[in-house]
Design a protein around this ligand. Structure first.
Ligand code: CFM
Ligand code: HCA
Length: 531
């Protein structure tokens, strides 16, 4: 075992060691490829960076739908702590369009409601919402206690639909379900698939129409993508779900092509829409100048129209001319610097492309809750092909969310392919890194400290929970979930913003002046995870 990997593991007790060793891989690029364990239960108490199933359903997928009300069915804390923290920007697209994104709705479940049941309270809350806000769609998101006491949120949703003639979806997305946010993504998307997508009849007017799946408009990323796509001549029918709306999502099945932007939270919906409505999909990445250009060219190739190809090249050339000078300047400042990047389930790979545009290397990387295919880029069966028509869509997908990808070995997958099962090649993170670099799944704070010590990256891209601890250690950290109040970082203009922010971060000398207590005072020594 290598020295760096040793360092991450040798303070662990044997039980923790046994668990963590398969989640940490130092890249060798040997004959069999590098493997990693992912999408399994975190070790209790280890200070994982992960979130919960409710966060994935409410916070990530349905929360950004601006013309729909999301009501948290649970204690007030769950609603409060998921209120306005994700920077999924939204504004009305036309005069009078509602925007409920800044609001937080909750049943405020108390001890007596837990004892006697909360369905009545939920229905009363929805009556109040209808009276005050009259939305066309309501999402009910359950938190942990609801599953334990057994409130039937689906039945409530059906009653609400009958009473008000609107769409209501009851989500059993209790926080403890699955092993991370990932289960919540599946649950949320399955509901959209079943109750929203396909409800509309308004066909796109443009010659080439697309949906962007898995773009949540953090810091305005989605707006920059739409700007570029519209400039080329595409019609953007809907965005899942950043600055998105029920009104547009319901027509999304009529678009020509799905662009899959986040490769983790929504890829299976693309496959479902292909099965059910025949909409093709392309995996894209609009993070990075090279990646954006490549994605636009892939789209032109898909539509195979010389006019569109010509226009695509014109727009790429115009956009590059606009940013060239700035990009060159920031590149001169950043070239040769190294980075660590640890985000949720998709960005740790996407952002490596943007860092590369500036001549930066990513030496350590990982995800909170990605699945094996996000790392290894190996072939996996399009997960949900059969589920699109399944009656038990939710149950099946939750099961898959907690371990489907890991059930197949490379040999099994090869044998399935030989039997004629159509497989999809995913472009995982590992192939874009180099020998000796470290990839860590479901990283924790202890490992973060050790990785920084060993690899000494110039900058560490992280989440909000780890950012400040890293900076106390003298290494600058930029927050990759909500961009530290900055952005957009997507597309051509976003790349310049990113270059500017990273340059400012690296060229302030504040970090080298930090002397944390553990560098000057004696440390307690011990074994992590018990004897
Ligand atoms: Fe997709 Fe996302 Fe991400 Fe994600 Fe998230 Fe996010 Fe993320 Mo935070 S949907 S997987 S569940 S790209 S909220 S916008 S930043 S962890 S890497
Ligand atoms: C979530 C949302 C989150 C949290 C970020 C963080 C986001 O997972 O619930 O804790 O650093 O992007 O806002 O990923």
């Amino acid at each position: 075992m290598s020295k760096e990997r040793d360092l991450l593991l040798d303070k662990y007790s044997s039980r923790v060691f046994k668990n963590r060793k398969s989640h940490i891989t130092q890249l060798e690029f040997g004959e069999n490829g590098d493997e990693i364990t992912a999408n399994t239960r975190a070790i209790p108490g280890i200070i994982t960076a992960r979130g919960c199933c409710y966060a994935g359903c409410k916070g990530v997928v349905v929360g950004p739908v601006k013309d729909s009300v999301v009501i948290t069915h649970g204690p007030i804390g769950c609603a409060f702590y998921s209120w306005g923290t994700r920077r999924n920007k939204a504004k009305p697209s036309y005069e009078g369009e509602p925007n409920f994104v800044p609001y937080s709705f909750c049943t405020d479940m108390r001890a007596s409601d837990i004892v006697f049941g909360g369905e009545k309270k939920l229905e009363e809350g929805i009556d109040e919402i209808m009276e005050l806000f009259h939305p066309k769609c309501i999402f009910i998101c359950s938190t942990c206690p609801i599953g334990l006491i057994g409130d039937d949120v689906q039945a409530v949703a059906r009653r609400v639909e009958e009473k008000y003639g609107i769409t209501a979806i009851g989500y059993s997305c209790e926080g403890y379900k699955g092993v991370s946010q990932s289960a919540g993504h599946h649950i949320a998307n399955n509901g959209l698939m079943r109750y929203v997508i396909g409800k509309g009849e308004e066909a796109p007017k443009g010659k080439y129409s697309v949906n962007i799946l898995g773009e949540y408009n953090i810091g305005g990323d989605g707006w920059e993508q739409e700007r570029i796509l519209k400039k080329i001549g595409y019609e953007v029918v809907s965005v899942f779900t950043g600055d998105g709306s029920y009104e547009t999502l319901k027509n999304s099945h009529l678009a020509d092509l799905n662009l899959v932007m986040c490769h983790r939270s929504i890829n299976y919906i693309a496959e479902m829409m292909k099965t059910k409505y025949g909409v093709d999909w392309l995996k894209v990445n609009f993070i990075g100048v090279g990646a954006t250009s490549k994605s636009l060219r892939m789209m032109a190739k898909y539509f195979n129209d010389p006019e569109l190809t010509k226009r695509t090249e014109e727009v790429i050339a115009e956009e590059l001319a606009e940013i060239n000078e700035d990009m060159e300047y920031y590149k001169s400042k950043l070239k040769g610097k190294t980075a660590g990047i640890f985000v949720g389930g998709s960005r740790s790979h996407h952002y490596q492309m943007l860092l590369r545009d500036f001549g930066m290397e990513t030496t350590i990387a990982g995800y909170e809750f990605a699945h094996r295919d996000d790392y290894e880029g190996r072939d996996v069966i399009p997960q949900i092909k059969a589920d699109a028509d399944s009656k038990n869509i939710e149950e099946i997908s939750v099961e898959r969310a907690v371990g489907y990808d890991d059930r197949y070995s490379v040999e099994e997958l090869t044998s399935l392919r030989n039997q004629g099962v159509e497989l999809d090649t995913y472009n995982g993170m590992i192939k874009d890194m180099k020998e000796g670099y470290m990839v860590v799944d479901d990283y924790n704070m202890f490992e973060t400290d050790q990785l920084i010590e060993e690899y000494k990256p110039d900058i560490f891209f992280s989440g909000i929970k780890d950012k400040y601890a890293i900076q106390h250690g003298g290494v600058v950290s930029r927050q990759m979930h909500s961009y530290d109040y900055s952005g957009p970082y997507a597309g051509f203009r976003g790349a310049v913003n990113f270059g500017r922010d990273v340059t400012m971060s690296l060229y302030t000398n504040a970090w080298s002046l930090v002397k944390p207590p553990w560098k000057t005072m004696p440390m307690l020594e011990g074994t992590l995870g018990g004897a």
